[in-house]
Design a protein around this ligand. Sequence first.
Ligand SMILES: C[S@@+](CC[C@H](N)C(=O)[O-])C[C@H]1O[C@@H](n2cnc3c(N)ncnc32)[C@H](O)[C@@H]1O
Length: 489
Amino acid sequence: MSVTIVPNVRSYEELTGGVGKEVFFRAPRVRARELFNLDTSFDSPSVVIGGKTCQLVNLSISGAAAIADEDDAAKFDVGNVVSFELRHAEAVLHHGEARIVRTEPVFRGIKVAVQLTDHPADLARLRQRYSEETVRRRVDAIVTTGADAVEAEYRVLCADVLFLLRTLKETLAIGTPIDPAAAEVFLRDCEERVWPTWSGFFLRGNDLLARARAQDGGAARMKAMTELLLTPEFLSAPIWRQTIQKPYGYPGDHVVMNHVYDALSEGETLYDKLMHRLGVRSLLLIQSRMRQIVEILKGKAALGPLEHPFRVLNLGCGAAREVSLFLKEGVPAQGALVTLLDQDSRALTLALEGAYREILGAGANGQVRCLLTTFAKLIEPGNLQQDVGAQDFIYSIGLLDYLTERRARALITALYGQLAPGGTLLVGNLRKCRESGEWCSEMICDWPMIFRTEDEMWRLASEIPTEAKRVFMEPLERVYLMQIEKPAH
Ligand SMILES: C[S@@+](CC[C@H](N)C(=O)[O-])C[C@H]1O[C@@H](n2cnc3c(N)ncnc32)[C@H](O)[C@@H]1O
């Protein structure tokens, strides 16, 4: 028998326990999404604190956090002991009392933290009861209303999508070209033939989704059916898999974006490759808006200021492909200082690699610094705003699409404040239109985003005290860009 020696065994003197805030150990909190394995909002449990229904954020054996409606803020007095219930529709999963220990405003309402005062929450049992209730609820929904709960026209659309995808899968399995170059030509040809039908599904899906939203629970029922019938057909293609499964815990990560920027025929089988190509083509607006931003950025950089490096800030930068292009082609003589902000270190690592390749390899006169943090820190007055300093060009694409009007307006106002005199702010948001990807992203991929009209874009800048604003579309007309200039004096 061999003995395995564990390397780096430490002495008791070297064992430190927690550091910083970790010293004050408390029962681990589990996010509601993980605890209940939530994949759709249809089945979310709710928490009722002092009679007010809130959205559960996390739970531990001794406490919970939830988001309450802003209008109920006055009802939660810190220190008060109130009733505490965890519910799944009509079923009560936990009933007891809790003390309100903290409240704080967050952008979706008021975050309320409570400590259970009478008996602990049994997480394993809650999870079990929750899944039993979910099954019961779903079976009830099927036997009482069945597929009729979703409009017949939508069921026809699902059948049409399935028919196309399964026909493609079966047909492409027959005629596999061996030579990669021949496969590429073949796939391009298939894509051209399929595209008109495919994009027609988007129009029908968007129209029907708009109708479903007008009915109470209509969109949720539509989504439940779509996820059951259509979503599995997409999973074998890389871009769809990444989009649907969200392995980094949030939608629209840099892997999805990079699939679009690279636009390759990725996947194992011809069917997977074709589906990947269709996914990329549906998202080409990402390439289009990025190219337009580079052009605007280069144009502004060429104008100055001349006395110091051109200062650029990019929020929610992802892999920042446009920064590499800017460093390659657009840095002015006085140089550039680019600040990249994202909450994901994997994205920042790629962004840095791309930027250094240009700075070191191609000799671009630029510097890059990264901030691994949330954009929210720039809204709050404080250290980060000072550290970042005044900027000549601030832009953000692919971030506003996730923010409510109130939050997006607060961000735009804060960013305008961060501009140096004469600086430019440029933000992008998906355009609400019949051709948009709304149905596909929300119903098939569980990737909800906020598509905005032109009026809604203007509203986001209503607090900005300048006339120098414009709202325009990128060439594919799927994204609105809003450009705001701060007066030089
Ligand atoms: C849809 S991607 C867009 C990336 C890039 N701008 C592009 O167009 O390729 C959204 C990016 O926002 C980042 N993000 C999401 N929430 C954020 C937050 N609270 N603070 C900062 N970045 C965030 C994500 O990590 C992701 O890289």
